[in-house]
Design a protein. Sequence first.
Length: 491
Amino acid sequence: MPVDVAELSALHELRETGDYEKLAALLGADWNDGPHFDEEVIQQRMLAAELAGRAGRLHEMKEALCPYLESTDRIPLGVAARVLLTLSLYHYRRNDAFAALRLASQAKAVAVARDDEFAIVETLHMEGQAMWLLERNEEAIERFREAISLYAIQGRPYRLGLAHLSLGAALNRVGQVEEARIALERSIKTLLKCKDEYNLAAARLNVAAPLNAIGEHETALKYLTFACEKFEQMGHEQYVYLALNQIAATHIFLKEYDRAESSVTVALEKGMALRSALLPLTYEIKGRIHIARREWEMAELSLRAALEMAEQIGDNLHRATARKTLGRLYLAQEMDEPAANFLWQAMDAAHKTDDALLRLEIKSLLAQALCKTDPVEACRFLSDVDAELGVRPLPELKRDALSAHRRIDSLDQEHFFILSDTHIPLLADAKLGLLKWLWARALHKARGNAREAAKILGVTPTYIRKLTKVIPRDLLRTRKRGSEKAARAQR
C-alpha cells in the first residue's frame, strides 16, 4: 500500500544519507501494491529499483520499473525527473550507455524546467557516468567536477562522496593518477562518515590503482583487502573478482609472488564462473608473475591466452596491455625484434584509448627494444617519456625509463644527446657544457696530458688556463707518476 508523505520523506532522507540498509528494511515489499501512476507509488518503486540495482538484481530492478520502461507519457510531472533518472540508472547497469545518456539528458531537461536544483545535479552526475561508459572521458570528468561543485553548495556530503568516487575513477582511466588518488581519498573520507558500505568498498577498490602507480603498494593492499572482504560479505562476486585481480597485481609490485599466484588462481576460477570480460586482464597478471620468476614458457602461454581473449572481446585496452606485457617478456630475454613488433602493435591499440600512462609505459619499452636498430627513434621516445614524467611520483615508469637510458648509454658508439622539454638549458649553459665535454674528451684521448689535449683542440696554453676557471680541476689532473711509470714499462 502507498505510504504517507511523512514516511516517504523519511525514506528519501535515508537515501540522501546513504543508509540504504535501513531504507530497505522500512520500504519492505509493499511497493508493488497500488496504482502504478500514483505519485507515492512511483516514488516507492524508484527506491525499490535503486535498491535492487545496487545489489545487482537487475530482474527485480526491471520489475519495479516495468510500467515506465516502454512509455513515460502518463508519469506525473512532479516525479518525471526522478523516474527518468532511475530508468537511466537501469540502462547504465545493463551497460546500455546510449540509452542511459539519453534518459539522463531528458531527466535534466525536466529538472531544469521545474527548477529542481537537487534533481539537476543528480542528472549531471548520471550523464557523467553514461559518458564514462562511452569512454567520453573528458566530458565525463567535466560533468563530475560540475556535480561536485553543486553538491558542495547544496550541502549534500553523501552525494559529494559519490561524485568524488566517479571523478577519481575517470581520472585514473586517463592516467591522471595523482589527481585520481586525491579524489578517491576524499571520497573514502566522506563515505566513512556515512552508512553506505557498498560505495565505500568501491572507493577503496578504485583507489588501489593510483596508489600502485605512485608506489604506495602497502596502502593499496590494505584498501583492497578491506574492499574484498566487504564485497564477499555482500555477495558481490563480480567485485570480489575485480579486487582479487588487483590484489594479485599489488603482490607482484611487492615481490610476493607466491601470494600473487594464490590470488590470481582464485580470480581465474571466479572469472571463468562469471564468464567475465576481464579474463584477459587476469591472464595478463598471471603472465607478469611468470616473468618475475623468469618462467618464460609459462609466461608466454598465459600472455598468448590473454591476447587471444582480448581479440575475441575486441577491447583495445586489453589488446594493448597483453601486447605490452608480451613485449616486456621478449625484452627480458633480449629478443629485441619480436619485442618491438608486439610493442608497436600495443602502441596502435593504446592510441585508441585515453590511458596516457599506458602509452608512456609502451614508449619506454619501445625505447629499449629499438635502441640498437634505431637509436634515433629510441631517443625520441625516451625524450617524450622524460618530458611527460618530469617530477611526477611514478616510480615504476621511472624505472622503465632508467632502463632505457642505460641501454642507450651502453651502445658502442658516440652517445646521443637527449633533450627534454622539461630540461632545455640556457644558451650560456649549453655552450659551457659543450666546452667541458670537448676538453674532457681531449684529455681522455691525450691520456690525461693537458698540453697534448690543447694540441688536439688546437688551442693555446693561455686558453687552457681560462678553461681551468670553469672546468673542475679533477678533469685537468694528469695521471699520477706511478701510473706514468707503469705505462712506460708496458711500452
